[in-house]
Design a protein. Structure first.
Length: 224
């Protein structure tokens, strides 16, 4: 099974590199990449870069040039205070984009970039405790005033990249697993990570270490 792990944010990638200090680092058009083994699995890690544009381009590049059997996206997200807890692991079942602004048409276009992920190929029971979730994406940190609308749509957290990765994967009929860990929660006053990048960087390092430690179990749970 050919497996590619995509890591988006720079702070997330900074948490990955020290875990594979002996890896031979190469370059792709989007960022660094390297190959390693995790248990019985050969895995290639890609740094895609942050945001929807880099994520969509990197996903198509990976599909075209690596032809993976499975793409895994590991990373962080901002949760809605009172809905999820910091440190919770989200197994993403659906993604939506919430920063599209249409002023010329009254049609609801939100479904165009929405993607449902088929996870029927994951064996039951799941190897680790997770929360199945809908994740919202935008090229923006989560604004408190957006949370009430996103709650009505069923979202529990938001990030910058998952919806773009899921949309391109769906267009290519590619198998995608997204695991995002809540790095901070956002309420009407914002988040403790806002205006304090070091908080996010430190939590991102911890999150990436913990979720990568779990990754071999998730790979073992894949049913081809």
């Amino acid at each position: 099974m050919k497996i590619v792990v995509v890591v988006s944010a720079n702070a997330e990638w900074a948490g990955v590199r020290p875990l594979f200090s002996d890896a031979n680092i190469e370059a792709s058009p989007y960022g660094e990449c390297f190959k390693t083994r995790m248990g019985a699995h050969a895995v290639e890690f890609f740094h895609s870069g942050w945001g929807k544009i880099a994520s969509a381009g990197a996903m198509q590049y990976i599909i075209d040039h690596r032809k993976p059997d499975l793409v895994v996206n590991l990373g962080t997200c901002g949760g809605f205070a009172g809905v999820v807890e910091q440190g919770e692991i989200l197994l993403v079942e659906k993604t939506i984009v919430y920063d599209i602004v249409e002023l010329m048409d009254t049609l609801d276009i939100s479904d165009y970039y929405a993607s449902a992920l088929d996870l029927s190929w994951l064996a039951d029971p799941l190897p680790h405790r997770v929360r199945r979730a809908l994740l919202a994406s935008a090229d923006s940190d989560l604004l408190p005033e957006k949370i009430p609308l996103l709650k009505t749509l069923g979202a529990v957290a938001a990030d910058w990249e998952s919806a773009a990765l899921a949309w391109v994967a769906r267009k290519n009929n590619a198998r995608l697993l997204i695991l995002r860990v809540v790095s901070d929660t956002v309420n009407e006053a914002g988040s403790e990570a806002y205006d304090n990048l070091e908080v996010f960087k430190e939590r991102a390092r911890e999150i990436m270490k913990s979720i990568i430690e779990q990754l071999p179990d998730w790979l073992d749970a894949v049913k081809l």
